[in-house]
Design a protein around this ligand. Structure first.
Ligand code: FMN
Ligand code: SF4
Ligand code: SF4
Length: 276
């Protein structure tokens, strides 16, 4: 394709989604690559329109459904039968119906989802779970996935993902069908951790570099007062995971318990799942 540009659009508080879409873009190295970081509110407030000869790689992290200010992210982008690769990241637990939601939303916005992938990244609330992922094995799978998509585009043009997208929560529950339908058709809104659980506090290790404040996607941190506003906070922990000094931590007991429980709940390596 002539004059093609590859756009990497991602919401990646912990950096694993960004790493994954960057690796994937290496399969399209013949084209110019442009990044749009949706952690930044000013980017979510812009309007991006893509051409039919562009390629969009959209990476979102998940809480069984795409997580964060996803409604704003989808609103900010519009395609023109633009090929889009949907990437969802999960912390070795479940990605739920995230891929199906991405497919549904991007179709409404004029994109053609030509492929989808669920990849594993270090668990945001406990980085010993799925530690160091995406690792070398994941990277190899991301590359193979990217090469397959590039081949498909060159051979078949812009055609929708052929293999059936999966929902990965257990089918054993009698509520499976109802839950799947509800989660799929429920409006998107802002998918966030609710206010009482969002207790983010500064520690004596903080050197006031300002990184957490500038990374917070919703402006919840007031460094001068060393406070975060639990009502604004969405619980993405970009602040905690971005600080190299241990200057900020989450302190809600339930969240700490839930994060510890992930060690057992999310054990046993899950592999990426790809759909072309
Ligand atoms: C509030 C919240 C809820 C999450 N829920 C899940 C979950 O249900 N299952 C799962 O496997 N990972 C879950 N995760 C983990 C992230 O999806 C995963 O660590 C992802 O790789 C993070 O992407 P990032 O590094 O780009 O931020 C959750 C993370 C956060 C912040
Ligand atoms: S908590 Fe960490 S990132 Fe935030 S200002 Fe302090 S040292 Fe910087
Ligand atoms: S204050 Fe809340 S919303 Fe802001 S970066 Fe920290 S966890 Fe995310």
């Amino acid at each position: 394709m002539s004059d093609t540009k590859v756009y990497l659009i991602y919401f990646s508080p912990g950096g694993t989604t960004r790493k994954t879409v960057r690796t994937l873009s290496e399969s399209f190295a013949e084209y110019e690559v442009i990044e749009i970081d949706m952690l930044k509110k000013e980017n979510r407030n812009k309007q991006y329109t893509f051409r039919s000869n562009d390629i969009v790689i959209l990476g979102l992290m998940t809480l069984v459904k795409p997580f964060g200010p996803v409604k704003d992210i989808f609103k900010a982008i519009r395609g023109n039968n633009t090929p889009l690769i949907g990437i969802v990241m999960f912390g070795n637990g479940m990605y739920g119906n995230s891929l199906k939601v991405v497919n549904r939303e991007v179709k409404k916005r004029g994109f053609c989802m030509i492929a989808g992938g669920a990849f594993v990244g270090a668990m945001s609330y406990n980085r010993t779970v799925a530690a160091n992922r995406p690792d070398e094995t994941d990277t190899e799978k991301i590359r193979l996935f990217g090469d397959a998509i590039n081949n498909k585009l060159k051979t078949n043009g812009v055609v929708p993902v052929k293999s059936r997208l999966r929902t990965d929560w257990p089918k054993s529950s009698i509520f499976h069908a109802v839950k799947t339908a509800l989660m799929l058709y429920m409006p998107l809104g802002k998918i966030k951790v609710s206010a009482p659980l969002n207790r983010i506090e500064f520690t004596d290790n903080c050197v006031e570099c300002g990184l957490c404040q500038s990374r917070c996607p919703v402006g919840a941190i007031n460094l001068a007062q060393r406070l975060s506003d639990p009502k604004l906070c969405i619980g993405c922990v970009a602040c905690v995971n971005g600080c190299k000094n241990g200057g900020i931590k989450y302190t809600n007991k339930l969240m700490i318990k839930a994060a510890d429980a992930c060690i057992n709940h999310f054990k046993g390596r899950r592999e990426p799942e790809t759909f072309v």
